[in-house]
Design a protein around this ligand. Structure first.
Ligand SMILES: OCc1cccc(Br)n1
Length: 446
């Protein structure tokens, strides 16, 4: 508290109360590797970001939900070779249960939808903001936790659901001052891959694994992709076609290659036409190479990217019509996205769009001497009952200290409780921005 204790009286010497426990050796006061504290300034930014997540969710008529950060490990054990599985933050609890810190929110959503069963009417439009975890060897010094905003529509098989979700993200980004020249969305459909694989009668149960391998196409050399596809049981000619189709850059070309029999082209065409009606066409582009890294997507997939190409994906999502049956439930068509709290802040910094969120307190209330501490408490309470924020000076401090603190907390007004004024039912008011000073009856304070 150096800024508050500036020699103005300071603490009353050494703490008088006896130590309540043995003195430990100095602990590491930093948070665990890969995790963050949120001291006031960072917490104000986080609250501002989450307020915008919630505002957009409200505009779209979504209901907020949440789940335990600790889930059964089984919820996240999928055999498709996903990175999210390799980095699962899992352990055995004292009841010998295999549990995990959730790496994403969608499996919890699926669990709750199954649990609710017929007691909820479809479609469900749920959103959540939850901390998600991964245990990554700190080789790359990356974070082990982040907060994700998720929006999900459950029970709508039509592409209108995906179009609505992308609209919600565009709405959010525009609220923050981000434009289509800053951020775009690459959109594709896993039905593209599915239609190619079906030509080679590759069993559906390999689909998720193939997608996860292909999702690494920008991260590992192509011959490594081919090797992994071959070892997953995909024949050479199928691999060649798969890699070919990923380079297709237009829907017309895609229709040429795939034909118009399947749903992939139709879905994408409908999405692009709806985008026109929502007014966000300039934000989206078809990109056949987008598959996303979660095994359970079955249809449209999309990811937000910064057009300067400096940052990792801003958000991502897609359709997952078959997730519930992997947990023993009856499948319900669903789609959703996850939007992390870290990359977006990097982008806002890049674009000079971080808001000024300095602390604002309307009043600082100070007794002019110790006997008036109670009177000051009364004044603070009256103001608070009127909805005014008050920083009540709680110690016997000189005025120099009070003005310094008032400046630090950006107080609008200084309310001084002095003896002679108090006797007349008055308090002193100083407007700190103008220096204007006056007395006022306590009951007229507002
Ligand atoms: O987006 C993957 C992910 C999952 C959990 C935690 C963090 Br940080 N990142």
């Amino acid at each position: 508290n150096s800024s508050d204790n500036d020699g103005g009286g300071g603490r009353s010497g050494a703490l008088s109360s006896p130590p309540v426990m043995e003195v430990l050796e100095k602990i590491d006061v930093n948070p665990p590797k890969g995790t963050r504290d949120f001291p006031p300034e960072e917490m104000r930014l986080r609250n501002w970001l989450f307020h915008n997540f919630r505002e957009v969710s409200r505009l779209f008529g979504f209901e907020e939900v949440d789940y335990p950060v600790l889930e059964s490990e089984a919820l996240f054990i999928r055999k498709a070779g996903e990175e999210i599985r390799d980095q699962l933050y899992s352990f055995e609890d004292r009841g010998n249960r295999r549990v995990a810190l959730r790496p994403e929110l969608t499996p919890s959503l699926a669990r709750l939808v199954i649990q609710k069963g017929k007691s909820v009417s479809l479609p469900l439009k749920w959103f959540a903001i939850g901390q998600c975890w991964r245990y990554e060897r700190m080789t790359r010094g990356r974070r082990r936790e982040h907060y994700q905003w998720n929006m999900d529509i459950i029970g709508v098989p039509e592409v209108t659901a995906e179009a609505e979700l992308i609209s919600s993200i565009v709405t959010f980004l525009k609220r923050l001052g981000i434009t289509a020249s800053d951020v775009g969305f690459k959109v594709s459909s896993r039905k593209v891959l599915q239609e190619v694989l079906r030509r080679y009668s590759i069993p559906d149960n390999l689909f998720g694994q193939v997608c996860i391998i292909i999702d690494k196409i920008e991260k590992i050399p192509q011959d490594e992709i081919k090797r992994e596809l071959n070892s997953a049981g995909i024949a050479e000619d199928a691999v060649f076609d798969l890699l070919q189709i990923l380079s297709v850059k237009s829907l017309d070309k895609l229709e040429e290659v795939l034909g118009s029999a399947g749903d992939a082209v139709a879905d994408l065409k409908q999405l692009f036409s709806l985008a026109e009606k929502f007014g966000y066409s300039e934000w989206i582009q078809f990109d056949a190479s987008i598959v996303r890294g979660l095994a359970y997507y079955t249809g449209i997939v999309f990811e937000g990217f910064d057009r300067e190409g400096k940052l990792r994906a801003i958000c991502g999502g897609g359709r997952y019509d078959r997730l519930l049956s992997t947990f023993g439930g009856n499948d319900i068509p669903a789609c959703g996205f996850g939007f992390g709290d870290a990359v977006i802040v990097e982008l806002l910094k890049e674009k000079g769009l971080l808001p000024d969120l300095s602390l604002q307190v309307q009043n600082i209330v100070c007794p002019l001497d110790q006997e008036l501490q109670g009177a000051a408490a009364t004044v603070a309470t009256i103001l608070r009952q009127k909805g005014q924020s008050v920083d009540l000076v709680l110690q016997n401090k000189p005025l120099k200290w009070v003005f310094k603190r008032a400046a630090r907390i950006n107080a609008g007004r200084l309310i001084l409780v002095g003896n002679s004024e108090w006797q007349r039912g008055m308090v002193g008011v100083k407007i700190l921005s103008t220096g204007e000073q006056y007395e006022i009856k306590l009951n007229d304070l507002d």
